[in-house]
Design a protein around this ligand. Structure first.
Ligand code: ACM
Ligand code: ZN
Length: 548
């Protein structure tokens, strides 16, 4: 009798444990703004339909492809009236004031999944969240052959979600080490899974010119090759290996832009000027202050020879390049670099000094602003806005400029206080080329130390910024400068899981920040990255993810 009571008690305990495990919130990354979890599940079966309301067809197709690939289920698309056992996508413009273009409502019940949003982006993100509710194998890039325990089931939830910031970015640097188009696509896919929506491509630098410009073909003919690179493990020496030619053709760029657009990722081109410009001077030395012969730089670091703004031909050249760039990239912002431009050559250049006098300028910093002003006007004529690193503040910001704050947040505070838009990418929290851990065995890197917890702690809106100016903080961006990233696998290692932490910083409500909770969810999330074949940094057994 006593034994029977014990068994009943044990059974009851087990049932409670099971119920609790069902009720545990699903491991979504980034965490949604509002979520309630209910009993039960929705199952994908051979009978499941995908129903698209008017205007939702493209997103329904995208979700269909994403689900069909791993599950092998037919999941046919049906227009119009939602049926039971269906995944329903509906556009509802009336949600715009509440949820914006990127927010969504997702309801999962045993009978139906409903995603509602004011625009395609919101439907897409609702779809991403629904996929995260399913087993991690749903992110497999091929059909999953083995039957899953429990099948393709998602827990029942009610979610209302929208991003905290509009700019949720990463920077990729194909200039120092080229990253092939297939990898850019993979990165876009993985970003979309994190609801990151902006990928800045650092297309030009002293060490290589990586974008085809039809009007000036020598840029890629000469500027996309370097004699050698710094040696792996000994950055002061050369490796003796020719590097290149490597660049994106205009056809490849158009293909990448379309691919990213379908995943609601904006590709933002960066064309560096006046500094980090040596690869262009190799092709067209008359654009420099002193002329002569240049070589594509074979060491990392900063080059003294830069663009000569005293030269009218330099301005015409910049407009030619940016004209083609604007034709290729629909991005509203065009990044013109502007960082780390030593202005010493300008001091001894008769053309630069003549320009200074003619324009009534009193410093070389103002001459950089003068150049930016011309570029800004040109971009405005194409309906675009100028974005540059925080050095563009030094000679005075041009009226419409937006600033990417990298030398800490001071530049961002100054720009936003003056009413300029700002993206935060400070070296203190957002430089993903810094080490993730001080443990032995980490790969060579540029220096610095930014563990996962530091990224997660980042608050893009500075406390000292007046409330009325906080709307100028568009968001934040993690940078993947590639001096010490030779291959896509290296980029993935430095990017993840830190980009997952950044995704939560820029998407989820600030009040919900919870690093311990994030770390718990991350354990599940990493299973998704496994399915996608992402070479993220794995914590040695027994260590916390903080990397200390
Ligand atoms: C930069 O890291 N020079 C923007
Ligand atoms: Zn000059």
């Amino acid at each position: 009798m006593k034994q029977r009571r014990c068994i009943v008690l044990l059974l009851l305990l087990c049932m409670t444990a099971l119920t609790n495990s069902w009720a545990a919130p699903p491991a979504l990354v980034p965490a949604p703004a509002k979520m309630t979890v209910a009993e039960g599940t929705f199952r994908l079966t051979r009978e499941t339909l995908i129903c698209a309301g008017t205007g939702a067809e493209a997103e329904a197709r995208t979700l269909g492809v994403a689900l069909r690939t791993p599950t092998g289920l037919p999941l046919p698309l049906k227009a119009g009236e939602p049926k039971a056992g269906a995944i329903v996508l509906q556009l509802d413009r009336s949600l715009e004031p509440q949820l914006g273009a990127e927010g969504y409502r997702l309801s999962v019940t045993p009978a139906r999944v409903t995603i509602c949003a004011a625009a395609g982006a919101g439907l897409f993100y609702g779809g991403v969240t629904f996929r995260q509710l399913l087993p991690p194998q749903v992110f497999a890039t091929k059909r999953v052959a083995r039957a899953l325990d429990g099948g393709w089931a998602a827990p029942c939830v009610e979610i209302e979600d929208k991003p905290r910031f509009a700019w949720r970015g990463l920077l990729l640097d194909p200039a120092r080490h080229f990253m092939p188009p297939e990898f850019v696509k993979k990165l876009v896919d993985v970003m979309a899974l994190h609801k990151l929506n902006t990928l800045q491509l650092h297309l030009t630098d002293d060490q290589g010119w990586r974008i085809e410009i039809k009007k000036h073909p020598l840029l890629t003919k000469l500027g996309s090759v370097r004699k050698e690179s710094p040696m792996h493990g000994d950055r002061k020496r050369g490796d003796g290996k020719r590097y290149g030619p490597f660049f994106y053709t205009q056809r490849q760029i158009r293909d990448l832009v379309a691919y990213a657009q379908a995943r609601h990722v904006t590709l933002v081109p960066e064309i560096e000027m006046p500094g980090h410009f040596l690869a262009a001077l190799v092709a067209y030395p008359h654009l420099s202050c002193r002329g002569g012969q240049f070589e594509v730089r074979t060491r990392w670091g900063i080059e003294p020879d830069i663009l000569c703004p005293g030269n009218d031909a330099a301005l015409a050249f910049v407009k030619d390049v940016l004209g083609e760039v604007c034709d290729l990239f629909p991005s509203r912002f065009i990044h013109i670099g502007g960082d780390e431009a030593p202005r010493d050559r300008w001091k001894s250049c008769p053309k630069c000094q003549a320009r200074l006098r003619a324009e009534g300028l009193t410093s070389e910093a103002q001459l950089q602003t003068w150049l930016n002003r011309r570029v800004e006007e040109f971009l405005a004529s194409k309906g675009r806005r100028l974005l540059g690193w925080d050095e563009i503040l030094e000679g005075g910001l041009t009226p419409g400029a937006a600033v990417m704050s990298w030398r800490g947040i001071k530049g961002g505070i100054a720009a936003a206080s003056a009413g300029h838009d700002v993206v935060m990418a400070p070296t203190t929290h957002c430089y993903f080329d810094y080490a993730q851990s001080k443990a032995p065995g980490e790969p060579e890197c540029i220096g610095g130390f930014i563990p996962l917890s530091r990224v997660y702690e980042f608050e893009p809106v500075p406390a000292e910024l007046p409330e009325s100016k906080s709307r100028h903080i568009l968001g934040a961006q993690g940078t993947l400068w590639s001096e010490y990233m030779w291959t896509p696998r290296d980029v993935e290692y430095f990017a993840f899981p830190r980009a997952a932490a950044l995704a939560e910083v820029v998407w989820s409500p600030a009040e919900q920040k919870d690093f311990a909770g994030f770390e718990r969810r991350l354990q599940n999330h990493l299973l998704r990255l496994d399915q996608l074949g992402v070479n993220y940094r794995k914590e040695p057994a027994g260590a916390g993810t903080s990397g200390r």
